[in-house]
Design a protein around this ligand. Structure first.
Ligand SMILES: [Zn+2]
Ligand SMILES: [Zn+2]
Length: 191
């Protein structure tokens, strides 16, 4: 990973590092680079809204957050613009640096479903990776303008939804004619 943009860093100095302490943050992160895939992404300059709750626990800070953003892309069938509203909950444990060293791979003793662990950098929590992962995982592999999008005619690029039912091209007719010709010239296998 390259240099992490500062916008994703949350300074938690206001949260006492004592188990039981809690603080809520509402963040509007204006992203310097797009977050998403080739086909659909939250574009650079857009806002990712993060409602975060931080709780001090023995080993570090537990982040529970709801992420809101709008991803933009194109329908993979008809190329119409597609917008997807993202609303995703995440929960991650950020370990204090010194605690992380001491633990040496021991599992965290609680029943929270924590997928990954991150490291505090002093008081600073870098939210970039969990936010990016949450967004990328909520995006479809093949964005569609609607489930049943019929896409485009491969010959003229017209939208099937807007073309008449009997839409067809000369080229297709010619190809069939050719096949018909071959059938006639086929050698006789019966003998
Ligand atoms: Zn479409
Ligand atoms: Zn066509």
């Amino acid at each position: 990973m390259t240099r992490l943009p500062e916008v994703y860093k949350l300074n938690t100095y206001e949260l006492p590092q004592r188990p039981g302490e809690m603080k809520e943050y509402e963040l509007d992160i204006e992203i310097p680079e797009k977050v998403g895939t080739e086909l659909i992404a939250v574009v650079a300059g857009d806002i990712i809204e993060v409602d975060a709750r931080l709780e001090s626990v023995a080993e570090g800070i537990l982040l529970s957050a709801e992420i809101f953003a709008t991803a933009k892309g194109e329908c993979t069938r008809c190329l119409d613009p597609v917008e997807i509203a993202i609303e995703k909950r995440i929960q991650e444990l950020y370990l204090y640096e010194k605690k992380a060293e001491r633990r040496k791979g021991k599992p965290v003793e609680d029943d929270l479903e924590i997928e990954d662990e991150f490291l505090m950098e002093g008081d600073v929590m870098d939210l970039q990776t969990p936010i990016r992962d949450a967004i990328v995982l909520s995006l479809p592999n093949n964005p569609l303008c609607r489930e049943d999008c019929e896409g485009l005619c491969p010959d003229c690029g017209g939208k099937w939804a807007e073309l008449p039912d009997d839409h067809a091209h000369e080229a297709i007719d010619a190809r069939w004619a050719g096949l018909a010709g071959l059938t006639i010239d086929e050698p006789d296998f019966k003998n």
